[in-house]
Design a protein around this ligand. Structure first.
Ligand code: GTP
Ligand code: MG
Length: 293
């Protein structure tokens, strides 16, 4: 039996979280069209008769000096050499530039075996796919270079075949029924963050963090209480989350409610959502340490 850990690496919006969700068949990691959605290492576990692959989804690697971006770079770089293999995701819709070169070099220097994938093949011309593959082949001449669509689940079986080919023999690390190792509070806060992001314009997602203030679950009464806070940076930004007459926060609540309920089948869910301003959280070491724990 094969067993391996796989770090999923690439630029923001390459489709790293999408491929982890497609492979596990579960919503393990939140996704959005806005770059830099993933902020932590998120584990997704895939098991079949060949063995077990434990994926670590990472924040997209983005060249920037901002404190929060540096934290995210640290998360990514630290997971490079942590794993048995790297699944390198490249967004074929964007021509590789300095950022892509930097990541390719980091991956190469780690010395960890690589499977490289040109993603979003569903919307690429054959020429563009070839161009992206050529870039990957030039950096990883000894590795498998594939194209796939993580969103459409095309070419993913081939990605798994290559990963299992590289994987060492070993024992399963998790029970085969497990698909993630995230704690409940984190999953809930991520679901609420995703629903909040999807209602906002480009810059806003970065000013948000979600905190679960209180959570109680009564197995006996089949009831769950969750109180969460959507934090923004300035008072003036609260209105955008709340929306006209509360319309947006109601929508965020409704969508979060539907998804959180799936985690507690058969239980009554009470979800209380609040919006607060926490100025400068993005530069506060205390808050950042809580988020990037
Ligand atoms: N057309 C197409 N879109 C895709 C594909 N894979 C991902 N996307 C879209 O690309 C966007 C980014 O996907 P994510 O999975 O969130 O990307 P990510 O690499 O995790 O991004 P960060 O967490 O920000 O680093 C989303 O809107 C996805 O729906 C694909 O195969 N085809
Ligand atoms: Mg992501």
């Amino acid at each position: 039996m094969k067993a391996a850990t796989v770090s999923v690496i690439g630029r923001p919006s390459a489709g790293k979280s999408t491929i982890v969700n497609t492979i596990t068949g579960m919503k393990v990691s939140i996704t959005s069209p806005t770059p830099q959605t993933t902020r932590n290492k998120i584990r997704g576990i895939y098991t079949d008769q060949r063995g077990q692959l434990v994926f670590t989804d990472t924040p997209g690697y983005h060249l920037s000096d901002k404190e929060i971006n540096k934290r995210m770079q640290d998360v990514t770089v630290s997971s490079l050499s942590d794993s048995d293999m790297i699944l390198y995701m490249l967004d074929g819709t964007r021509t590789p530039g300095k950022e892509e070169e930097t990541i390719a070099e980091l991956v190469k220097q780690s010395g960890v075996p690589v499977v490289a994938v040109v993603n979003k093949a569903d919307i690429l011309s054959a020429e563009k796919t070839e161009e992206a593959k050529a870039f990957l082949r030039s950096h990883f001449p000894d590795s498998a270079v594939l194209s796939a669509s993580a969103a459409k689940d095309e070419g993913i079986d081939e990605v798994l075949i290559e990963l299992f080919r590289l994987a060492p023999e070993g024992e399963m690390m998790y029970d085969e029924s497990m698909y993630t190792d995230q704690d409940l509070e984190f999953r809930l806060s991520e679901i609420i963050r995703e629903k909040t992001i999807s209602s906002l314009s480009d810059e806003m997602p970065h000013v948000i963090y979600v905190e679960i203030e209180d959570m109680e679950y009564s197995e006996e009464r089949k009831e769950v209480w969750v109180r969460a806070v959507i934090n923004v940076e300035r008072d003036g930004q609260k209105g955008m989350i709340v929306g006209k007459g509360g319309s947006n926060i109601r929508r965020i609540r409704k969508e979060s409610f539907a998804e959180i309920r799936r985690i507690f089948p058969g239980s009554k869910l009470n979800l209380d959502l609040r919006v607060k301003a926490d100025p400068k959280w993005r530069t506060s070491g205390k808050v950042l340490s809580r988020i990037f724990r």
